[in-house]
Design a protein around this ligand. Sequence first.
Ligand code: SF4
Ligand code: ZN
Length: 310
Amino acid sequence: MHHSRLWLCREHFNKFIENRVMRTIKRYNLIRRGDRVLLGLSGGKDSVVLAYILSKLRETIGFKLYLTHLNLGIGEYSKKTVEIVRKISEKINAPLIILDLREILSIGIPELALKTRRPPCSVCGVVKRYLLNALAVELKADSIATGHNLDDMVTFILREFLVQNLEQIPKLAPRIEGAEDYLATKIKPLYETYEEDIKKYAELNNIDYVEEKCPLADEKTITSSLKKHLGILENKFPGLTIGFIRRFVKNLEKYPKPRDTIRRCSICGMPSSGEVCSFCKITQKALGKPMGPYAREYIREIVRKSITDY
Ligand code: SF4
Ligand code: ZN
């Protein structure tokens, strides 16, 4: 491993990575004994590797792991991701809930983007955040875990700093507390794990994941350029990225707190910064009707049918 100047065999490499995730969980108090953790699985390497590692740690820590995947209706790409996540769920023996956007809205992300005249990743972000949170609320999950890795997080922090969006920076912490019964807590157990190590872990353990990028991904963003350059810097100065993130967490308190207070959408009751949430707004625009209440009912039904300890 370039960053720590260690050269390990497969067994010791696995132990090193699993211990690092365990330490991150403890250091930032991400998962506690008895928790119900909902992991959002995209089918990409990060979330898939996280599913494997969390499945190994669930006995030691003593928590329940649930998986979810959002089928975004993006043609062949979505078909592949669904296949992969089904395999993982069987392999690690964790219940999986697939939410199918075409079943909920009758259209997928490509059409939703066209109808709202917004970039696909922007509508996709709104939809993913909404459905994931609504599912976690319904499951009474203690937290939503996502596969954001160390390189992702440092890139996001640098981007917000570059555009001086300082109030967004505290939202990039390893744990973001939820609120009452309508906003789930979010955790990032791969916060201190390098992307390169996640790839290696998947390779060494024959873990299948979707390698191709989403066909709607926009490659010409500040984020993708920053990530490339961060990789070059890390190669030149091994350990730079991990040192940065640890100091960043210590300094979190010094950043300005977000000014927008979280309210509840007057239509569906889910979190919103204004009177109506973004999900209700974009579905109103695309389909002539705010779909928040329907999506919540759909999720309630699915949870009732598929989760036995609900
Ligand atoms: Fe959604 Fe954009 Fe990611 Fe594709 S690349 S899954 S559209 S956020
Ligand atoms: Zn709403």
